[in-house]
Design a protein around this ligand. Sequence first.
Ligand SMILES: Cc1cc2nc3c(=O)[nH]c(=O)nc-3n(C[C@H](O)[C@H](O)[C@H](O)COP(=O)(O)O)c2cc1C
Length: 212
Amino acid sequence: MTQSNTNTAVSAETVMRERHSVRQYKRDVVIPQETLNEILELSAAAPSSWNLQQWRFLVVQEQAQKDMILPIAYGQQQVSDASVVVVVLGDLQANITGREIFDGALAGGHISQEIRDNMVNQIEGAYQFEQVARDEANKNAGLAAMQLMLAAKAKGYDTVPMGGFDKAKLVEALNIPERFIPVMMIPIGEAAAPARPAGRLPLDKLVINETF
Ligand SMILES: Cc1cc2nc3c(=O)[nH]c(=O)nc-3n(C[C@H](O)[C@H](O)[C@H](O)COP(=O)(O)O)c2cc1C
């Protein structure tokens, strides 16, 4: 896509077809803070279980910080060269957000006490299970991550989703609290070289009609 980094409207289909994992970036490209904020806002418009928004965005822009996490990402050069690296975090304690949201809605007179109690009990019940909390963190942060990549593409930037990094070392290096888990690392920037082609399985391998 030969698209400048302006607010040119581009169709959802074009963005989805033209997003590819770019691994080579021009160095020293600065993404305007306003554009970055728009990308993050669009990402946060993703749906989530109970609207708990189980994602956080740890934004790394300083060159020294990017270089510090380069070895943690096993030397994948895009981490150093891209303009921004967003670490998408998943929230293991999103039930806390649940209470805040539904208490706020009750205080604002938008829901009844009964609805508030039902929702909070449902969420607290589910979050008693560590595996549920972890699944929800990964699932919902993944949705925000996908939306982030599409939003960036719509704004004329490229990305690459990355799971190839040492999670424990990243947690330590960036002081990530226990409440959050790093789900994905997403460098964002201007491509220095196109993505390598990556094919897809044909629909007849992917689609099961009605039942197996
Ligand atoms: C969860 C996840 C983790 C990934 N981890 C890496 C990674 O560590 N390094 C990398 O270069 N690409 C990584 N990728 C990118 C995939 O290789 C890429 O999405 C796939 O080959 C399809 O290519 P495309 O994104 O250009 O369509 C990852 C993708 C996903 C979804």
